[in-house]
Write a protein that binds this ligand. Sequence first.
Ligand SMILES: *Cc1c(COP(=O)(O)O)cnc(C)c1O
Length: 398
Amino acid sequence: MRIAPKVDHLSDILPDEPLLMMGAGPVPIPNSVSSANGIVINHLGDAMSRVIEQIKVMGRYIFQTDSPWLMGVAGPGSAAMEMAVSNLIWPGTKVLCVCNGFFSKRLAEMSRRVGGVVEIITVPEGEGVNPDVISKKLEIFNPDILTIVQGETSHTTHNTDLGEVSKLAGQIGCLVIVDAVCTLSTMELPMDAWGVDAVITGGQKGLSSIPGVSLVAFSECAWRRVESRRAPMVHWTLDAKLATKFWHDASYHYTAPVSGLLALHEAMRLVCHETLELRFERHRVSSQALQSGIEALGLRLYVPKAYRLNSVVGVKLPQNIEAKTVCAHIAKRHRVEIAGSFGPPIIRIGQMGEQCRAHNLFRTLHALGSTFNELGCDLNVPEGMAQLENYLLKSDFA
Ligand SMILES: *Cc1c(COP(=O)(O)O)cnc(C)c1O
């Protein structure tokens, strides 16, 4: 017989006082979302049907679309990316992938794996996509599909001309897949008005729900492509047509992540209650207040203002200080968690969902300034805090 292992009780692993999660996700969740996540009910039946119907209704509001083809995925944001990619792309499909960093390259890799003929356009560091460059490439390559991120979390850049790029693609009948994992519900992404054909999001970022349950919305046009597909769909779980059994016919595809869907319902209800207009404004003000506070400390931001992502703020490191040293110190000493980087020499601070609250900004900025000073820098912490206070006082969100 094997001897059963003895492990710690979770209470011995988790800290007494949880870290304030100000990294690039997951983000803090409201208590009501957390409570919803503690419930398990039957995955089929009247209660679940109502939850699903309402998630779709709220989804149409949050994705700003009239398309009925919205569905959830049991899995990370990456599973939703793969659901969009693997249903719309098959061997021989020509795919133009706009790459600004880590996650947009993931879309390219996924496209390649399902047999797409992939061309990559690499956006220069610190910039967003340039519609003129895309326009030329669309003409030469004539792709069936274009993939792009709205916000590139890894490099903290924002493709501010996404709407225009999407319209250009639409003019040649090219479908557009947008990764909005870190941006949905934090800034404008009117799916129908911009002619976007598939939008992907995860639970653990802008929506302030749990990780592991994600959403994807297909336009009518994208859905026609899904339905007309002849090539076999290799992923059974991610097959969008099979997923309609659960999402449109209240029947069985696979056992849905019930608790996570209840959490998502509550998180989306909170978005609707706040309204998109006010939520976008809260995110904009909160992030820009934090950015100006960071600059007033004496630090520099990584991306120029024109293409700077508000959802995740990238901060340059002073010389001779490594991201991992900063992250370890701020967590241990100040109980604030921020993120290192996937590439550039920066640290990243999230501004998604519940991270965008004044009390979280004050605590994070103070912890950040103090951390650098404790590591030997000479930052002006009082000046940073005063700047943050002044910025917020000008708005209604303090
Ligand atoms: C976080 C993120 C993802 C991946 O989400 P997972 O839940 O980790 O799979 C994809 N794209 C962007 C832009 C992200 O920020």
